[in-house]
Every structure is written in structure tokens, then in C-alpha cells.
Design a protein around this ligand. Structure first.
Ligand code: HEC
Ligand code: HEC
Ligand code: HEC
Ligand code: HEC
Ligand code: HEC
Length: 210
């Protein structure tokens, strides 16, 4: 074999090697993109909120409402959740600003006395039992430990529900995307149990499941 032929062979071998690695690299990137971004987009249905409500506007300097002014407990100690439209009517019985969203609030809901069909981001599956009274009143757990920064948002992102299980993407929190998953960043069974075990609770399935 002549020296030049050996050289030719090893360059094609090198080129094959590089091509192989490139294909492998893009294959991996493609799979990750598919698994983490494209697949979730495909299986999750986006649901828009009926009105753009801003927590920042209402808990800011101009309108200094406390969380409990809207998210209160009723006289039986039950958590009211998202406030009824009558709460809004106190200030929005007629339009007070220039926003089109507020105009819709007044015309479509307040004047007609219709409830606003809000979508709950953190809604749990039917078989899970969750009590705000236990956590907020007895446990003194902060809203933010479970709901992240929702109270500081200015715009409402669409809620995402799995077309297969019906689960809200928020139940998984960032654990769906984190590798390895970090505890207490969502509202999955492991996240609930993670905080409970920090408190030293011993629990059985039916404490949380109906
Ligand atoms: C003017 C009334 C009002 C005040 C004050 C208010 N909220 Fe809300 N909150 C709402 C409404 C309306 C919704 C439904 C729309 C949305 O998701 O933002 C909501 C939704 C939420 C949700 C979303 C639950 C879910 O998973 O869908 C959380 C969490 C929340 N509020 C926390 C807070 C906290 C914490 C504070 C205090 C810093 C606060 N809110 C103050 C009216 C209010
Ligand atoms: C204590 C009075 C008060 C209450 C109660 C209140 N709002 Fe407001 N809201 C305001 C003020 C003040 C503004 C700012 C108006 C402006 O200058 O545009 C505002 C603005 C808005 C806007 C326009 C967009 C924005 O954020 O600037 C929407 C939509 C809105 N409110 C929805 C609601 C809903 C829904 C409720 C009931 C859950 C509610 N508000 C309860 C005082 C209130
Ligand atoms: C220990 C975790 C935890 C804490 C603390 C917590 N939440 Fe929630 N929140 C949840 C879960 C889980 C849901 C979904 C409940 C369901 O679907 O049954 C929820 C649902 C909600 C909803 C939607 C309506 C409803 O009742 O389902 C609102 C509004 C809300 N939370 C506001 C708050 C506010 C305000 C605070 C603080 C005072 C707070 N949460 C503290 C976990 C928590
Ligand atoms: C950040 C901490 C924290 C998280 C997250 C949390 N919990 Fe709890 N939980 C507590 C504390 C603290 C108590 C005890 C309250 C008390 O009785 O003083 C409690 C009590 C309970 C109880 C009643 C006591 C029992 O075990 O019999 C149930 C049921 C419960 N939690 C369900 C849930 C579910 C479901 C989730 C997840 C969606 C969850 N918790 C997430 C802190 C947490
Ligand atoms: C601290 C509360 C808590 C306890 C205790 C608990 N679970 Fe759960 N479980 C949840 C929550 C919240 C969900 C919904 C979110 C999820 O799927 O992680 C769930 C979901 C599930 C699911 C559905 C899984 C899925 O993804 O569809 C099964 C099955 C389940 N639990 C079985 C059990 C069994 C069996 C036990 C007893 C060994 C148990 N759970 C104890 C909170 C709890």
C-alpha cells in the first residue's frame, strides 16, 4: 500500500466518524426536544382564562388588597377559593379604567350578575383530598410554598391540561422538566409527602385519597 492511499483511507474514516457523531448528537437533541417540548405541547390542551386578571394591580400600591380580602375562609372555616363576582362588583360596578378587559368584566359579568368561569391551575385529580384550612390556618404554610409566584403575576398564562389524564401541568410544577427532579417544586404526591415527612408526619393513603 502506498503512503498516499493510507492517508486517504484515514481521512474518510475520520469524516465518517465526525458524521456519525454529528448524527448521534442531533439525534439526542432531537429526542430531548421532542420529549420535553414537542410531546408536552402535543398532549397538553391550552385553556385560556375568561378575563385577564392582574394580581399585581390588585395587591400593588394603588389597590392594596390583602390576599384574604379575596381568598377568604367562610364562617364554617371552608376556603372560598377564587372570589365570586360580587367581590369585584364593589369596585367595578361600572368601568373605572380604560382597559378593555375591565369593560368586559363589567358588561359581561358584573351587570349580568354572572359568575366568571375561572380555570384553576393547581386543580388536583378527583380522588385527592386537599384542605386549605388545614394548611393555612393550622399548619401556617405560606401560599407561596405551593403556588410559587402566582400572586405577583400581571397576565394570566393559559392553563395546560393533559389530553390523556386530564391533569393540570401545574400539578407537576418544574418536576416535569427537571433532571433529576427536585422535591417540593410541584403539587405531586411526592411533593406533598416530601413536606409532610419534613414535619415528621406518618400518613396512610386515605389521608390524601378519597
Ligand atoms: C381582587 C381580588 C384578589 C386578591 C386581592 C388576590 N387574589 Fe388571588 N385570585 C383572584 C382571582 C380573580 C383569581 C382567578 C384568576 C387567576 O388565576 O389569577 C385568583 C387566583 C389565585 C391563585 C390561583 C390558584 C390556581 O391554582 O388557579 C392563587 C394561588 C392566588 N390567587 C393567590 C393569591 C395571593 C397569595 C394573594 C395575596 C398576595 C391574592 N391571590 C390576592 C383574586 C384575588
Ligand atoms: C378595592 C377595589 C377593587 C376590587 C375589589 C377589584 N378591583 Fe379590579 N381594579 C381596581 C382598580 C383601581 C383597577 C385599575 C383601574 C385602571 O386604572 O385601569 C382595577 C383594574 C382591573 C382590571 C383591568 C386590568 C388591570 O389589571 O389593570 C381588571 C380586568 C380587573 N380589575 C378585574 C377585577 C376582578 C375580576 C375583580 C374581582 C375578583 C376585581 N377586579 C376586584 C380595583 C378593584
Ligand atoms: C400546601 C399547599 C398549598 C398552600 C399552602 C396553599 N395552597 Fe392553594 N391550592 C393548593 C392545591 C393543591 C390546590 C388545588 C386544590 C384542589 O384541586 O382540590 C389549590 C387551589 C387554590 C385555589 C383555586 C381554588 C380552589 O379552592 O381550588 C386558590 C384561589 C388558592 N389555592 C389560593 C391559595 C391562597 C390565597 C393561599 C394562601 C392563603 C394558598 N392557596 C395556600 C395548594 C396550596
Ligand atoms: C410546604 C409543606 C406542605 C406541603 C407542600 C403539603 N402539605 Fe399537607 N400538611 C402540611 C402541614 C404543616 C400539615 C399539618 C397541619 C396541622 O394540622 O397543623 C399538613 C396536613 C395535611 C393533611 C392532614 C393531616 C394528615 O396527614 O392527616 C392532609 C390530608 C394533607 N396535608 C394533604 C396534602 C396534600 C394532598 C398535599 C399536596 C397537594 C400537601 N398536603 C402538601 C404541610 C404541607
Ligand atoms: C400526602 C398526600 C398523599 C398520600 C399520603 C398519598 N397520596 Fe397518592 N397522590 C397524592 C396526590 C396529590 C396525587 C396527584 C398528583 C400525582 O399524581 O402525583 C396522587 C396520585 C396518586 C395516584 C395516581 C398516580 C398518577 O399519576 O395517576 C395513585 C395510584 C396514588 N396516588 C396512590 C397512593 C397510594 C397507594 C398511597 C398510600 C401508600 C398514596 N397514594 C398516598 C397525594 C397523596
Amino acid at each position: 500500500m502506498k503512503a498516499t492511499e493510507v492517508g486517504k483511507k484515514s481521512t474518510t474514516k475520520n469524516a465518517d466518524d465526525v458524521r456519525g457523531k454529528t448524527i448521534f448528537f442531533f439525534g439526542i437533541v432531537g429526542m430531548l426536544l421532542f420529549g420535553w417540548i414537542i410531546f408536552p405541547l402535543f398532549i397538553y390542551e391550552q385553556v385560556d382564562q375568561p378575563i385577564q386578571f392582574s394580581h399585581r394591580t390588585h395587591s400593588g400600591d394603588n389597590v392594596a388588597l390583602k390576599c384574604a380580602d379575596c381568598h377568604s375562609f367562610d364562617k364554617d372555616g371552608r376556603f372560598v377559593g377564587i372570589p365570586a363576582v360580587s367581590k369585584c362588583a364593589g369596585c367595578h360596578s361600572h368601568t373605572i379604567g380604560a382597559s378593555g378587559e375591565e369593560k368586559r368584566l363589567v358588561e359581561d359579568y358584573v351587570i349580568k350578575n354572572r359568575e366568571i368561569p375561572w380555570v384553576v391551575y393547581s386543580s388536583q385529580p378527583e380522588n385527592v383530598y386537599f384542605s386549605h384550612a388545614t394548611h393555612v390556618k393550622l399548619g401556617k404554610v405560606d401560599c407561596i410554598s405551593c403556588h410559587f409566584g402566582h400572586q405577583y403575576t400581571d397576565r394570566l398564562r393559559p392553563a395546560m391540561f393533559s389530553r390523556i389524564s386530564g391533569y393540570s401541568l401545574d400539578v407537576f410544577g418544574s418536576t416535569l422538566f427537571d433532571v433529576p427532579s427536585t422535591p417540593s417544586t410541584g403539587m405531586r404526591m411526592d411533593d406533598c409527602a416530601g413536606c409532610h415527612s419534613k414535619h415528621g408526619f406518618k400518613e396512610t393513603c386515605i389521608d390524601c385519597h378519597k
